[in-house]
Design a protein around this ligand. Structure first.
Ligand code: S5P
Length: 275
């Protein structure tokens, strides 16, 4: 696609959704395509990791429902860090229900995700109504949605026509759907012609990224930043355990790992835009 050789900064103008614009602007300004996934269960550790990786990331991805001592002051502190370090917030909620239910899950409950998360995501499995449901809450707030059109895990069912239909669903809701959680571009999954039109500059955010190991004991599969950004044409690398590792208390080590992934991701991107 022609977007592969555009800079993140040039691509801002391809978007009208505020969350998509914000993310691309941050990537251009901070020179990073790294998102860190902070999958820890204690507020103190969660905030310490985010403060440590903040300078190196465009985006922080959360699973707030795994935090044991959650309360709303945590959200305030997360928002303060997002201003301090200039990163966007992505609650990885993976909505998967009917429109009415997801609208309630997105706006209400303990976490009130729509009120603080710039970006969230959904499985396309229920069909287009999941987008209308989430959009009724998120669009007026300037939020953006990613569809999970593929997954990183061994044996994932999100392949073939499922992935193609996810892209078609997204194209019909271009105001709210800003891109995909996926492993490759639309061309990479074999879409061509009418299915890939020039103004469809979807963002591709890719988990399953690691430099040291190929997977975990529970089906996760890792590729390198170079494979993801340069060879597969994705835009953002999402890294969790590769950065905070087995000891989330070691701030200096976490900072060094974040820098290492940021550099690898940016180098792959520079090679891509100049190819
Ligand atoms: O296909 C996917 C989609 C997602 S959002 N595979 C994934 O691993 N994820 C998420 O990315 C997952 O929920 C986790 O939060 C993160 C990967 O973490 P890591 O520690 O394996 O890098």
């Amino acid at each position: 696609s022609s977007f592969l050789r555009q800079t993140y900064g040039q691509r801002v103008q391809n978007h009208s959704n505020p969350a998509a614009k914000q993310l691309l602007e941050i990537m251009e300004k901070k020179k990073t395509n790294l998102a860190v996934s902070v999958d820890v269960t204690k507020s103190k550790e969660f905030l310490a990791i985010i403060d440590a990786v903040g300078p190196f990331v465009c985006l922080v991805k959360t699973h707030v429902d795994i935090i044991e001592d959650f309360d709303h002051s945590l959200i305030q502190q997360l928002q303060d860090l997002s201003v301090k370090h200039d990163f966007a917030i992505f609650e990885d909620r993976k909505f998967a229900d009917i429109g009415n239910t997801v609208a309630l899950q997105y706006s209400s409950g303990v976490h009130k995700i729509a009120s603080w998360s710039h970006i969230t995501n959904a499985h396309p499995v229920p069909g287009p109504s999941i987008i209308s449901g989430l959009s009724s809450v998120g669009l007026p707030l300037g939020r953006g949605l990613l569809l999970l059109s593929e997954m990183s895990t061994k044996g994932a069912l999100a392949v073939g026509s499922y992935t193609v239909e996810a892209v078609r669903m997204a194209r019909a809701h271009r105001d709210f759907v800003i891109g995909f959680i996926a492993q490759r571009t639309m061309e990479g999954i074999g879409m061509q012609g009418d299915d890939v039109v020039d103004n469809d500059d979807f963002l591709i955010l890719t988990p399953g990224v690691g430099l040291d190991v190929k997977g975990d004991a529970m089906g996760q599969q890792y590729r390198t930043p170079r494979e993801v950004i340069l060879e597969s044409g994705c835009d953002v690398i999402i890294v969790g355990r590769g950065i905070y590792g087995k000891d989330p208390g070691l701030v200096e080590q976490i900072r060094a790992q974040a820098k290492r992934y940021m550099d690898a991701g940016w180098e792959a991107y520079q090679e891509r835009i100049s190819s």
